[in-house]
Design a protein around this ligand. Structure first.
Ligand SMILES: Cc1cc2nc3c(=O)[nH]c(=O)nc-3n(C[C@H](O)[C@H](O)[C@H](O)COP(=O)(O)OP(=O)(O)OC[C@H]3O[C@@H](n4cnc5c(N)ncnc54)[C@H](O)[C@@H]3O)c2cc1C
Ligand SMILES: *[C@@H]1O[C@H](CO)[C@@H](O)[C@H](O)[C@H]1NC(C)=O
Ligand SMILES: *[C@@H]1O[C@H](CO)[C@@H](O)[C@H](O)[C@H]1NC(C)=O
Ligand SMILES: *[C@@H]1O[C@H](CO)[C@@H](O)[C@H](O)[C@H]1NC(C)=O
Ligand SMILES: *[C@@H]1O[C@H](CO)[C@@H](O)[C@H](O)[C@H]1NC(C)=O
Ligand SMILES: *[C@@H]1O[C@H](CO)[C@@H](O)[C@H](O)[C@H]1NC(C)=O
Ligand SMILES: *[C@@H]1O[C@H](CO)[C@@H](O)[C@H](O)[C@H]1NC(C)=O
Length: 528
C-alpha cells in the first residue's frame, strides 16, 4: 500500500489498510538485516520509513524540483547507505520483494525521477549522500569520484590540489556526479574538451545481482552505455574514474548585457559562436526579468581559456560586432570562473562550492532543443515575445557547440549530438509558489514555446538532451512500454545509439529490474 493513500485511510479510521505498508517496511528491514548480517541499530541508522520523523527532511534534502513536493508517489523507505554492501543489500531485497528501486545522487533530475515514481507501487529510494569521497591523483591526472559527490565538491577538490587542472562539466555546483555523467554533462569548457562523460576512464557499477563491476568486468558494451546512456537503466554507479583536464592559471570571463540591438547580435552570434577558437565559449541567455515589469533581458556570457589580451584580439578578429572590450573582461583563476558561473562573487572563498543547501530549489520545467541552422530574426523575436507572456522567470539558454564536440563521433558514447549542431537551447521556466493553476499555466507555456520553435530546430528526430529529461516527450507506461513506443523519446535523446542501448540493456538486465518512466527498454517487452 502506497503511503500517500495510507494517510487517507488513516483519516477514514481504517488503519488496517496501513498494516500492509508497515509490514512491507518490516519485511524489507528484516531482509536487509539478513543480507548484511548486521545489527538492527546500524540498519535503523540508515533507513527512514514514512513514519520516521526525519523522513520528510531526508526526502526533501536534495530534491530540486518542488513541483513534486506533495506527490503521493514517494518511496515507502529511504536508505542512506554508508557502505556499498548496503546498496547491494537494497538491490537484492528489492528484487526479492518485487519492489522497484530509485537511486539519487544530487537530486537535480528535471522530472524528479530519482525520488519519485509515477507508478502506484511502493518503491525503495537509495540516497547516496554519504557516498561522496573524491580522490585526486595528479600523477596520472585522474580522479576517483564517488557518485554522491557534487560537481561543486569535485571542482573544489581539484582546485585545492592543483592550479592548472579542472574538469569539463556543468556550472551548477549542487548537481550530483552520479546523474550528471550518466546523461552526458555539458558545461562551459565543452568546446575545448567535450562532455564530462567523454572523460570517464573507469567506473564501479553494481548490477542487478548486487555484483560490483569495474570497467573490465562489466565489459566495453556496458561501459559504453553508462557514459551518457542512462546509467540508471543498467545498475547503480558507485564511482566514476575521470580524466582531469589542464586549465591555464588565468582565464578571462566576460559578461555583456544587451539592450538595444539584442536580436541583431544574437542572430549574428548563431553564425559565429560554433566556429570560434575552441578556447572561447560564448553563450546567450535571453530571459524575462521575472517580475511585474516583464522586461526582456539578454546577456552574452563567456569564458576564454587564456588572458584578456589574446581574448580581445580573437574577438576583434571574429566577432567585432559584439564590441567586447576590456571593460567587460575579468582575469581570474579557473576556480574563480566556476564561482562566477555559479552566481557567487569571484572573491568568495571556494568553500562555498561545498554548500549543498544554496541551490536552485523551486518549481520548474525544462525542455531542450538543438539548432542546426541559424534562426531568422523574426523567429528569434517571436521567441522573445513568448518569454514575456507571463509574469514568471523564464530563460532561453543557448550554448554553442563546435570545437571538440565536432571531433567526437556520434557513437563514441551514447550522447549523439555532435557535429552539425550550432548550439543547444534549454527552455527553463521557474516559479516560486505553487498552486494547480500556476503550475498548469507555466507547464503549458513550456509546451507552447516548444511548439513555436518547431520550424527552427532539428528534425527527424527533433533531438533532445537526456540530461534535461522531459516526460512530455513520452514515458514508459507501467515502465514496460515496448521498444518501438519508447523509441519516440529514445531516438530524440540517443538517435542511432538507442537500439544499441536496448540491446545492451536486454543482455545485462533482462528482467528490466532497473527501470523508470524513461529508462532504456528491453528490445522485447517483458511484463513488469
Ligand atoms: C538547475 C539545473 C541546471 C542544470 N544544468 C545542467 C548543465 O549545465 N549541463 C548538463 O549537462 N546538465 C544540467 N542539468 C541536468 C543535470 O545534469 C541532470 O539532471 C543530472 O541527471 C542530475 O544529476 P543528479 O545526480 O544531481 O540527479 P539525480 O536526481 O540524483 O539523478 C538523476 C538521474 O540519474 C539517476 N542516478 C543518480 N545517481 C545515480 C547512480 N549513482 N547510479 C545510477 N543512476 C543514478 C537517477 O536515478 C535519475 O534517474 C541541470 C539540472 C538542473 C536542475
Ligand atoms: C547509530 O547512530 C548513532 C547516532 O548517530 C550512533 O551513536 C551509533 O553508533 C550508530 N550505530 C551504528 C551501529 O552504526
Ligand atoms: C503541499 O501541501 C501542504 C499541505 O496541504 C500545503 O500547505 C502546501 O502549500 C502544498 N505545497 C505545494 C507545493 O503544493
Ligand atoms: C586542501 O589542501 C591542503 C593542502 O594540500 C590540505 O591540507 C587540505 O586538507 C585540503 N582541503 C580539503 C578540504 O581537501
Ligand atoms: C581590431 O582590428 C582592427 C582592424 O583589423 C584594428 O585596427 C584594431 O586596432 C583592432 N583592435 C584591437 C583592440 O585589437
Ligand atoms: C545475474 O545472475 C544470473 C543468475 O545467476 C545470471 O544469469 C546473470 O547473468 C547475472 N547478471 C549479470 C548482469 O551478471
Ligand atoms: C505491463 O505492466 C502492466 C502492469 O504491471 C501489466 O498489466 C501489463 O500486462 C504489462 N504489459 C506488457 C506488454 O508486458
Amino acid at each position: 500500500m502506497e503511503f500517500g493513500y495510507c494517510a487517507v485511510f488513516l483519516i477514514l479510521l481504517l488503519p488496517i489498510s496501513c498494516g500492509a505498508s508497515t509490514s512491507l517496511e518490516k519485511k524489507f528491514k528484516k531482509c536487509l538485516l539478513t543480507q548484511l548480517n548486521g545489527n538492527s541499530e546500524s540498519i535503523e541508522n540508515i533507513t527512514f520509513t514514512s513514519s520516521s520523523s526525519l523522513y520528510p527532511q531526508v526526502w526533501d534534502s536534495s530534491a530540486q524540483n518542488l513541483r513534486f513536493v506533495n506527490s503521493s508517489r514517494k518511496p515507502f523507505i529511504i536508505l542512506t547507505p554508508l557502505h556499498e554492501s548496503e546498496i547491494q543489500a537494497a538491490i537484492l531485497c528489492s528484487k526479492q520483494l518485487g519492489l522497484q528501486i530509485r537511486v539519487r545522487s544530487g537530486g537535480h533530475d528535471c522530472e524528479g525521477l530519482s525520488y519519485l515514481s509515477l507508478r502506484k507501487a511502493p518503491f525503495v529510494m537509495v540516497d547516496l549522500i554519504n557516498i561522496r569521497s573524491i580522490e585526486i591523483n595528479l600523477d596520472d591526472e585522474t580522479a576517483w569520484v564517488q557518485a554522491g559527490a557534487t560537481l561543486g565538491e569535485l571542482y573544489y577538490k581539484i582546485s585545492n590540489a592543483s592550479e592548472v587542472h579542472g574538469f569539463p562539466a556543468g556550472p551548477v555546483p549542487g548537481i550530483g556526479i552520479g546523474g550528471h555523467i550518466s546523461g552526458g554533462g555539458q558545461g562551459m569548457m565543452m568546446r575545448k574538451h567535450g562532455l564530462a562523460a567523454d572523460h570517464v576512464v573507469d567506473a564501479y557499477l553494481i548490477d542487478v545481482n548486487g555484483t560490483v563491476h569495474d570497467r573490465k568486468s562489466m565489459g566495453e558494451d556496458v561501459f559504453w552505455a553508462i557514459r551518457g546512456g542512462s546509467a540508471t537503466s543498467f545498475g547503480v554507479i558507485l564511482a566514476w574514474k575521470i580524466r582531469l583536464v589542464r586549465v591555464p592559471a588565468i582565464v578571462t570571463v566576460s559578461e555583456r548585457p544587451l539592450e538595444e540591438g539584442a536580436t541583431n547580435l544574437i542572430h549574428r552570434w548563431q553564425y559565429i559562436a560554433h566556429e570560434l577558437h575552441e578556447d572561447l565559449f560564448i553563450r546567450v541567455i535571453a530571459q524575462n526579468s521575472g517580475d511585474k515589469s516583464k522586461t526582456f533581458k539578454a546577456t552574452f556570457g563567456s569564458i576564454f581559456l587564456g588572458e584578456t589580451d589574446r581574448f580581445i584580439t580573437l574577438m576583434n578578429e571574429s566577432f567585432p560586432e559584439l564590441e567586447l572590450n576590456v571593460n567587460y573582461c575579468t582575469e581570474i583563476s579557473w576556480i574563480q570562473s566556476v564561482l562566477v558561473d555559479a552566481g557567487y562573487d569571484r572573491d568568495d572563498p571556494p568553500e562555498v562550492l561545498l554548500d549543498r543547501t544554496n541551490e536552485f530549489k523551486s518549481y520548474f520545467k525544462v525542455k531542450s532543443d538543438f539548432v542546426k541552422k541559424p534562426i531568422p530574426k523574426s523567429g528569434l523575436e517571436g521567441a522573445w515575445k513568448m518569454l514575456l507572456e507571463e509574469e514568471m522567470f523564464a530563460w532561453l539558454i543557448m550554448e554553442p557547440y563546435g570545437g571538440r564536440m565536432n571531433e567526437i563521433s556520434e557513437s563514441e558514447i551514447p550522447f549523439p549530438h555532435r557535429k552539425g549542431n550550432l548550439y543547444s537551447i534549454e527552455y527553463v521556466v521557474k516559479w516560486e509558489q505553487n498552486s494547480k493553476e500556476t503550475s498548469k499555466k507555466y507547464l503549458q507555456w513550456a509546451k507552447r514555446v516548444y511548439r513555436y520553435m518547431t520550424p527552427y530546430v532539428s528534425k527527424s528526430p527533433r533531438a533532445a538532451f537526456f540530461n534535461f529529461k522531459d516526460l512530455d516527450l513520452g514515458k514508459n507506461k507501467h515502465h514496460n512500454t515496448s521498444y518501438s513506443k519508447a523509441s519516440v523519446w529514445g531516438n530524440k535523446y540517443f538517435k542511432g545509439n538507442f537500439r544499441r542501448l536496448a540491446q545492451i540493456k536486454t543482455k545485462f538486465d533482462p528482467q528490466n529490474f532497473f527501470r523508470n518512466e524513461q529508462s532504456i527498454p528491453l528490445l522485447h517487452t517483458h511484463p513488469s
